[in-house]
Write a protein that binds this ligand. Structure first.
Ligand code: FES
Length: 194
């Protein structure tokens, strides 16, 4: 996939203000931080939170360091989002938080408390996975859930995207099997409605 788009919809730009912002707004546990910013919420130890996952309210116990990916996989048994790159560079842990694509592996669970989360498990009847199957857009499949969620978020925002925009919009997701050409064809078919 290309790295930049003249239309300014690069995948990394698309994620800016979503995953990164969610992490940046997370609570911290240092007393220095509390002293430096009176009123800042400081959390330590285990906290009970709820979030709406795929339309269902779910409760979790999390520490300040617990990621959204950990909660999804190990507390909610939703294993679609993958821990391929814990730093988020593969895009395999992509989920939607409040409709925005974020890397669950780099999003703290506390920052998602009370929010709406959509994972690939809820997209079974969506046109995106069907287009992936039709265009043979997967091999080993490790990257596929992240791509499917990323494509859904991208098309929600850019339903009439050009090929160049699609390439740029998905450049934060990596497929080590190299099925990019077929993924691109799958997304183009969705834009064209066929
Ligand atoms: S299908 Fe194997 S990494 Fe994408």
């Amino acid at each position: 996939m290309s790295q930049q788009s003249s239309q300014g919809v690069s995948r990394r730009g698309f994620l800016k203000g979503s995953g990164a912002a969610v992490a940046a707004s997370s609570v911290v546990s240092s007393t220095e931080a509390e002293a430096a910013a009176p009123g800042l919420q400081v959390v330590s130890g285990e906290t009970s939170i709820t979030m709406k996952v795929n339309g269902k309210s779910m409760a979790a116990k999390v520490e300040p360091r617990t990621t959204l990916l950990d909660v999804l996989r190990y507390q909610f048994d939703l294993t679609g989002a993958k821990p391929v790159s814990l730093g988020g560079s593969s895009g395999a842990s992509t989920v939607l938080v409040g409709g925005k694509a974020v890397m669950a592996s780099t999003t703290l669970a506390l920052a998602v408390a009370g929010k709406e989360v959509t994972t690939c498990e809820s997209l079974g009847g969506d046109a995106v996975p069907s287009a992936f199957v039709e265009h043979d857009a997967q091999q080993c499949g490790f990257c596929t859930p992240g791509f499917v969620v990323a494509v859904r978020a991208f098309l929600n925002k850019y339903p009439n995207a050009t090929e160049e925009q699609i390439r740029a919009g998905l450049n934060g997701n990596i497929c080590r099997c190299g099925t990019y050409a077929n993924i691109l064809q799958a997304v183009i078919s969705l834009v064209k409605g066929n």
